[in-house]
Design a protein around this ligand. Sequence first.
Ligand code: NOJ
Length: 740
Amino acid sequence: MRFSLYTAPVALVTAAALFAQPQAGVESRVEQLLARMTLEEKIGQMSQSTAMSAPISDNIKAEIRAGRWGSFLNAGSPADRAEAQRIATTESRLRIPLLFGRDVIHGYKTIFPIPLGQAASWDPGIVEQMAQQAAREASAEGIRWTFAPMMDIARDPRWGRVAESLGEDPYLSGTLAAAMVRGFQGSSLSDAASIAACAKHFAAYGAAEAGRDYNSAWIPEILLREVYLPPFRAAREAGVASFMTSFNTLNGIPATGNRFLLRQILREEWHYDGLVVSDYEAVTEMIKHGFARDAAGAAKKALAAGVDMEMVSTSYFEQLRSLVEHGAVSIGEIDGAVRNILRLKFRLGLFEQKIPAPVEVVPNASSLELAERAAAESMVLLKNEANLLPLIDAVRTVAVIGPLADSAMDQMGTWSMDARPETVETPLAAFRRLLGADRVRYAPGLRNSRDQSTDAFAAAVSAARSADAVVLFLGEESILSGEARSRAFLDLPGAQQALIDAVHATGKPVVAVIMAGRPLTFHDAAAKAGAVVYAWHPGDRGGPAIAKLLLGQYEPSGRLPITFPRTVGQVPIYYSHLNTGRAASEKELGIPMGNPANPEGYTSKYIDVDFTPEYPFGFGLSYTTLEYSAIALSSPVLETGQSITVSADIANRGTRAATETVQCYIRVVVASVAQPVRKLTSFQRVLLKPGERRTVRFTVSPKDLAFYDEHMKLVTEPGRIQVWIAPDAARGVGAEFELR
Ligand code: NOJ
């Protein structure tokens, strides 16, 4: 699979031609409706509320009848939504349907792995299937708009919403975000089982200063264009129906009032005609940012920037009429916003749609089977000393220990408001089912991941002693990641390190399974475990996925979508950095963690920890050994307008099958703007049977080598290009060619 994120908006193709979509029917319907609307009705369409209690109050019913609201979010039961829609489409003057939005982030009723876990699958196919299943479930309950995917590049694991991100890399994030858009929106938005996707948060929300949620982002335009915007561009190319602004300021200007982002980039360069919604109260938060004097100023600035719909705060409703009357806002600006909203409602087929009879959807066998497979694909094997895993016949009894072994809601992660705990199978339950209860000893050790008390350690130690091997479930509870859940420490919280110390002291082999919403730092815990599996927050079927993976019924295939630091002090740490004039070298490795040494060399490193990460981007092991060799190029020279093929042999040297994610990286060695030491340009998931050897090929063309020059033009420059075919960002077999 290949997907170019580095296509020029201006230089290489005419974007207007690329994005032109015949919408004639829709456009004329939009115009006809718009011509009949009063200013109040227009402003109503531009307003989105949460205020829809169950049952719907008479007040809200009256407001819907009066055309006061265009959309509701995260509100109501299926029956309430059906009733509200009935009122809007039969009792309001113009019968304009409501649009119900919801945060359907990693599944609706069936909860799949958190987005960061989905990203670890590096599998756009399964990511698309999950989004499609979520769309089926949500649409059946009257929800036709989700606030996903989130594609904010995240290079700071302190930020709690890294859990909802697709990781650090623009290419991987863009590829997976596009897959989600396809899954949610299906082949046609007007299909009753499709829901509109929303590319969020535009833009740079993941670059919050010091990882503190909602904080300022300072990003030079060149970095914005190289790293932060490409996933949004990919979603746009995939036809995403809406965009959401972000809470943060970008270079001092709130994203919600940012004409550069919302007008220049989104509308002018990308020719976007979808709907732009603000984030939750982000319009009036521009007052607190110090960017607008009052609600009127905030409404004016948001609309001028291009926010079509205001989420939750009510400055549009309260201020726009008088702003129009005073000539501060033109009716043309209002009409532009309403067009974008109506266009989406027509595209979704809402005007034609019969109001579905209210139903409560529950996960079914096939959605749960998908959830289990996806969870298995998301897991990353980080260590497997002496082939401790899979746990095979010699292991008769297993001690299942740890605060996350049997906590249904904590394996769901952030955004699981629609989860149904009764459909969850925890790891403990799965081990008991698969092995038989008599082969499983259980002791939680700690009440939850933050628990400081060692009172229950004795029971955990005795469970460990009584078993052949220990599976220790560590990490973070659900509530420790997600929105407003930034952390300054990335260590295992509570007394979890002490728990692994105590269990390790029994001498029993320990498999650590870490469930978390972010990369944690767990160097000492990993040192005491024979094997480590990173399981993220794996969702409903995390339990069976983990148990079966540990028992060898699934092969581990996940790869890290984000660099794992050794310690929080290394943050931000990411693979695609510049080289500096004084790069540290491998010879300088071996610095003891946390203890200042006096190493030689004036190089870019730390004196109290190695400069390399704990685990690099792209990393993950299999239950077999894979060998990369024989890199070859179809030509030593790449001419403009041509492409070359890079190939390498991958051999499975072991006795088990593996799905290897083969990654292709490039480096532009010399350029007018210094380029990163590596950049991912494509990847392939390849199944290798035991003993099998395969030649894997990638095509590299000049657009893979394009970068933004100092005038913000996407260019290619002749010169040396390095290329690697690699198992991760730190290794691989490399070659060099010339771009002419
Ligand atoms: C705020 C979050 O930032 C956004 O992602 C979400 O969609 C809205 N709240 C609605 O819940």
